[in-house]
Ligand binder design. Sequence first.
Ligand code: GDP
Ligand code: MG
Length: 205
Amino acid sequence: MAKTVHLKVVLLGDSGVGKSSLMNQYVNKRYTNQYKATIGADFLSHFISVDGKNVCVQLWDTAGTERFHSLGSVLYRAADCCILVFDVTSGASFKALDSWRKEFLLQADPRDPDSFPFLVIGNKTDLRSSSSEVVSKRAEDWCSAHHLKYIETSAKEALNVEAAFRDGVRLALKRLRSEDQTSDKFDQIQLTPDEDRGQSTCACG
Ligand code: GDP
Ligand code: MG
């Protein structure tokens, strides 16, 4: 049987943009309107097959508050892809992406800051209005200026969610291939801050 590649994907963005909802929709195929703030950081594992490769994606969700800063490098360390999420109905959440991106690069300190894979998600397209069209356009421009991939989703209506995470995984795999370090990733489970929890939660172990 083909070996499994373990990837760590970090979701960043202001609180309330839908990071937890996107993860929950992607992994558990569920959506709830109830707002439940993520405390600190949490992760979910998901097993998928992409381009003939078995991949275990470990998705790290963060609280969009200063609280997570204390987790800092633990959260970002050894990430293979960073997903920046904003809410298409909130211009402020889009504006914050630049500092989230810088913060990630500072803390994760990847070998390849200029080509590190970021995926930008504009979420809540089900609430689209004329003002969100403006935000979408600005996001498209910003992403093309920084050579970042951009995709719009609705966690609520399960629109594009699967495709967005698949794109994120593809970007991460491409980076691993180009650095020819894929073999280091085989059969290797990312260590988590809490090992016990990590082992029991990594469904793809
Ligand atoms: P997080 O703080 O980034 O993790 O955001 P949450 O996932 O907790 O979502 C914040 C709020 O926005 C919750 O009340 C969600 O139900 C709602 N929400 C998330 N995604 C969507 C979406 O695609 N459409 C709509 N209409 N609401 C959403
Ligand atoms: Mg959350």
